[in-house]
Ligand binder design. Structure first.
Ligand code: FES
Length: 104
């Protein structure tokens, strides 16, 4: 199973086994990673699943769709490496992915 690592907002790191096809948001919620409200349940309409993709991974995750980019505009504390974690699907290639939970 691909491993995804999350840095929670207090700096705690959690390494999680994600399933292929599960979103980075879902893998976090199911594994007890804290800080993602994910209010819309993955429908790309809330921006409360905001994460920062680490520098070494930002070029390796598939790019954001138009809808995701529009939704990110309402996110707080936006950075160039901001993404909505419900819009990144787990693949074998993403084994080792590191993301930081954004402050809401
Ligand atoms: S969970 Fe709502 S946009 Fe990702």
């Amino acid at each position: 199973l691909p491993k995804i690592s999350y840095i929670e907002t207090d700096g705690t790191r959690k390494d999680v086994d994600a399933k292929i096809g599960q979103s980075v948001m879902e893998a976090a919620i199911r594994s007890g990673v804290e800080g993602l409200a994910a209010e819309c349940g993955g429908a790309c309409s809330c921006a409360t699943c905001h994460v920062y993709v680490s520098d070494e991974w930002i070029g390796r995750v598939p790019p954001a769709s138009e809808i995701e980019l529009e939704m990110l505009e309402i996110a707080e504390n936006l950075r160039p490496n901001s993404r909505l974690s419900c819009q990144i699907m787990t693949t074998a290639e993403l084994d080792g992915l590191l993301v930081e939970i954004a402050l809401a």
